[in-house]
Design a protein around this ligand. Sequence first.
Ligand code: NFS
Length: 645
Amino acid sequence: MSEKMSAKTKIALQVLEKAKEEHIQTAHGRSQAMKPCPIGEQGLCCKHCYMGPCRLAGKPGEEKRGVCGATKDTVSARNFARAVAAGCAAHMDHARETAEVFLATAKGELPDYQIKDEVKLQMLADIYGIETAGKDKNQIARELGERVLAEFGLQDGPPRMVNRAPQKRQKLWQELGMTPRGIDREVVELMHRTTIGTDQDPEHLMHQSSRTAIANGWGGSMIATELQDVLFGTPKPRQGQANLAVLDKNKVNLVVHGHDPLLAEMVVKAAREPELIARAKSKGAEGINIAGICCTANEVLLRHGVPMVGSFSQQELAIITGAVEVMAVDVQCLMPSLPTISECYHTKFITTSSKVKIPGGIHMELHPEKAMETGREIVKIAIDNFPNRKRVYIPDEAPADLIAGFSHETINYMLGGTFRSSYRPLNDNIINGRILGVVGVVGCSLPGKEGQGVTTSLVKQLIANNILVLQTGCAAYPCANEDMLIPEAAIRYAGDGLAEVCETVGIPPVLHMGSCVDNSRILIACAALVAEGGLGDDLSDLPVAGCAPEWMSEKAIAIGQYFVASGALVVFGSKSPVIGSPCVNKLLTEDYEQITGGKWAFEPDPDRMFQVIYDHLIAKRKALGIEKEQERVLYDMAMRRELVV
Ligand code: NFS
């Protein structure tokens, strides 16, 4: 399906045209040229030893085994489990680095970072049982940092944040033996169990996948989110802008890209220093424009209003505008093509993490003890590169406006006010049927699907049917381009009930909550809905769901698995990655509901994605005894066209 594209969505296509004219290869073209391996696509290619690779193709039901004897069921379950392990490892390793910087900051070893949010520090100290009376913020942070860092090596946990899940959920995990023991331990065990000749039972493998994913969602990712909030501030709603048109013709453009805000925070600060602004002017620029891509963009957008150039799909296009002086990257979701494309323009491509080098890039490693110095150095390189631009094209269209920064704390405050901050109004409006349910629409963006409106079509149908949408990651970007992240979207797109609530509170019907580690904010929001009362006593009772319409990353699978293990329905916009094994597919999409109350669904079509979610929310409402007949808004093509300017 496709819908009429907004002018803002077309901007990326205009830059793609430039790429074509200049013979620059991009992921958009590569994705169209690539024919996915049909065996791998079904989850039936095994490379866990070197006797193969074994390709377990064959007719459905045909018994086919790898050289070692591995069945289709074992192979597809192991492949899925490995994706969970890899995705979790990425978030957890990010969290560890944050914890190390946090602890060193508390010890006074890193003058460029500070303990900023003392309210959240106190809240975390309470969770970790740290006595705070008579101690200053650095003392408290030091004890907290030591405790958090130790959780990565725990052998018999659970990590403390797991206690934030509803009581009933914690008990279920204990009964199932799914409570994580330590953050690193679970990933290591899952890697062990998926090596040749080890764990071969799909349900047993899925069990450890869940335990690992819980250690990520309620452990690693939550640690990253919360400690970043203490270091850089808990996000509050702020205005921002998105798309390639945020690049400024007259200013030095420096793009930060990746996932970790440790360097980006320094770059943002450095770009505001008068000497560096003066240096930019001396080179003929009007100033310095910092902009972001991927989750680093989300981190600095939520805390500083730094504009977002794009999501995963736009990273190459940013350079192809010819207007980016420096692209400075940290970790994850960095296309290997970036240095090659940079060479075709004047862009300096800089890697900054000790964990990432990309052939062709300039490596300037961030050492936290002199973080600001590195930040300044990078800004200087960008400034000095300004006069070297060639073949610049920034579309004239105005960027999309948006509001971002809906942390759990902000939602709590906005709904209940300073003195009585609470989720009560949200629970009441779910119970009285003004809001049907809450759905997280998160995850990646797919090159080649630009402008097809998969994510936006789903989100429009959700909000038109009075379903509040929470967003993180790259999925927020196409919605921003369709003006869904502004309060006016309530009048334009939302059903009457949701619109009324949004107008009363002054929020958009689509709330941008942050980066992908910030999916932990959605877990906390769900736990708050349970704690507020009236909607059952576990996450699996809530009329909620998660969806990643354009997912592509192992991290997305890791996130999906922690929501499933927490009791939610998770819908991914693709064919099932385990479709080659009907047994594993049934385990994930049906049987798992009997185990954790959550399950997977795989559905490439946005209309059917919507239907699966809608039916699920209605079923949950019925089970809670709060079903009220609502007339469903069905979207035909004419209505879709009308929605888009
Ligand atoms: Ni998530 Fe964020 Fe984007 Fe996908 Fe990549 S940036 S961590 S993986 S592509 S949302």
